[in-house]
Design a protein around this ligand. Structure first.
Ligand SMILES: [Zn+2]
Length: 244
């Protein structure tokens, strides 16, 4: 028995399949991440092809079958193509960071409305803000997404012993331990973060309005790749290197 499903979803990624088809990974509002086979959409007359662009918000209709990992897409209609983002390569590159993150980290078919709504807020933020802060927005939302993935950095006190850490110039942040550490729990994956950077990291998790200084942004970007590699199953995001 096949169930017809109609729901909203963001296109996270598409890959060509055979001569004229695509396999697309979609973050839906109701079923979490699903894989859909869009047959024949790369033919010139396909009506669905335009709906398959990354980070489009579409209404998709597909047939869900038991014991299948990929479902046949029956129709897709664009609800929002985030046109304002597509005018600037900087915005596009930023948008793709969270798409790649969710495509690589979300388990298949586990409803995750938090991820869906964070991606929505991210793309809306990206299109409304000045292009100069595209990188800031991408890194801030990537860090916010760590919270949903259960790997939010521990920033309140020493992640190992919970001793409070004195407010001096630099703070030791252990990539392996996933948070700030006291002298006793210093290890060889420690990076030094300045106080403003720690405050910025905290504010990313507590505030909706963001202001991040460039210095803090650089310090954050420097440890992100290693942090994701350690805490998210050797995760590597190709899109991060295009971020400016
Ligand atoms: Zn400690």
């Amino acid at each position: 028995m096949a169930n017809i499903i109609k729901c909203r979803g963001f296109i996270l990624k598409t890959i060509p399949f055979k001569e004229s088809s695509l396999i697309t990974s979609v973050l839906t509002n109701r079923l979490g991440k699903v894989k859909l086979l869009a047959k024949g959409v790369r033919r010139p007359k396909s009506k669905i092809c335009g709906a398959m662009e990354p980070f489009n918000l579409d209404e998709v209709i597909f047939y869900k079958r038991e014991f299948k990992e990929i479902y046949n897409l029956s129709d897709a209609v664009v609800i929002d193509s985030f046109e304002q983002i597509r005018h600037d390569p900087e915005r596009v590159n930023a948008a793709l960071v969270l798409c790649e993150f969710y495509n690589k980290t979300l388990p298949a078919e586990e409803a995750d409305y938090q991820a869906f709504s964070l991606l929505m807020r991210f793309l809306n933020g990206l299109r409304n803000a000045d292009v100069s802060v595209a990188r800031t927005i991408a890194l801030a939302f990537l860090l916010k997404a760590f919270s949903g993935a259960g790997v939010m950095p521990h920033l309140e006190n020493c992640v190992r012993c919970h001793k409070s850490i004195l407010n001096n110039g630099k703070v030791d942040f252990s990539i392996n331990a996933g948070g700030i550490v006291c002298d006793e729990h210093y290890d060889d994956t420690v990076v030094f973060l300045s106080r403003p950077t720690i405050d910025t990291l905290r504010s990313i998790y507590t505030r909706t309005q963001l202001h991040i200084e460039d210095d803090a942004l650089d310090e954050i970007e420097n440890f992100l790749a290693d942090y994701m590699y350690v805490h998210l199953n050797n995760l590597h995001l190709n899109t991060l290197k295009h971020l400016k």
